[in-house]
Design a protein around this ligand. Structure first.
Ligand SMILES: [Zn+2]
Length: 279
């Protein structure tokens, strides 16, 4: 990516290295381990984990956009998503509310409960914040074999996609299904939500390309990342077989297809995974 001329967002809250007092894995550890390989997360899991939050104290975050390379990268990618979504939402007569992005190390308290690095990056609709432990980027490169700065940006753009969904009322709809429908039905709805977030990440990528932020090869990096984190690929790696009914994020082919769709058109109306009969 070429972020030289991109402004850095002022919405990054740097909590790296602050640490948690009185935290610890506790009962959340097992639930967290199960979803450790997933990009994005199921809000239900965080709520289970959240029970420990009350015992935890933390110090305030550093002020201002972080100055280190990685912090600057994140702040510029976030800044770019703000520019793009402000414009895209305005075209739909909506005002974009900018989310905050919290960088943390190890564990963090969110309004959705305790977040832990093993969960991967996540978005909490209750406080409208994205949470990222940058150690995930090492996993993306080494464990998922999806290197590159655009792959890293895609992760942020996917979580921002959940924020856009939150503003559109999609997250609330998913949440209302919890406990009212079967696990399988909930998973199917979750897949549609996740694929739409992938498509929204593509919408951002399209406009980032127009703003000359992309280098040759960036799109391929994004597609490789979408492939690497498909449910079928991850299940095959972890357990050696694939159980489509348990998918929560979609297969590699589906994730690539919806990301590509947003990337090509740049239009959020092309991301309607809910009325699409075939995903
Ligand atoms: Zn997600």
């Amino acid at each position: 990516m070429d972020l030289g001329n991109q402004r850095a967002s002022s919405n990054v809250q740097d909590r790296r290295g602050i640490g948690m007092v009185g935290g610890g894995l506790g009962i959340g550890g097992i639930a967290v381990a199960v979803i450790a390989y997933l990009l994005g997360f199921d809000p239900g899991t965080a709520i289970q984990v959240g029970q420990q939050a009350s015992t935890v104290q933390e110090r305030p975050a550093a002020k201002g956009a972080p100055a280190d390379d990685m912090g600057q990268f994140v702040a510029k990618v976030l800044g770019s998503t703000e520019d793009v979504w402000t414009q895209v939402m305005r075209a739909h007569n909506r005002q974009y509310r900018q989310p905050k992005l919290v960088l943390y190390t190890g564990a963090v308290r969110s309004a959705c409960g305790m977040g832990q690095a093993a969960m991967g990056p996540f978005y909490c609709p209750n406080d409208e914040k994205l949470y990222i432990d940058l150690a995930f980027y090492r996993d993306l490169k080494e464990r998922f074999r999806a290197p590159g700065d655009f792959a890293q940006a895609y992760v942020i753009a996917h979580e921002v996609g959940h924020h856009v969904q939150n503003q559109l009322g999609v997250m609330e709809k998913l949440h209302s299904l919890q406990g009212r429908v079967s696990k399988q039905e909930f998973n199917r709805a979750s897949v549609r939500v996740e694929l739409q977030a992938d498509c929204f990440a593509g919408v951002w990528g399209h406009h980032a390309g127009n703003a000359k932020l992309l280098d040759p090869g960036d799109v391929e990096e994004g597609l490789a990342a979408a492939t690497a984190i498909g449910d079928d690929r991850l299940q095959k790696q972890q357990q050696g077989y694939v159980v489509p009914e348990s998918f929560t994020h979609g297969s590699s082919a589906q994730r690539v297809s919806w990301f590509r769709r947003g990337l090509q058109s740049g239009r959020m109306e092309d991301c309607d995974t809910f009325s699409s009969s075939a995903l």
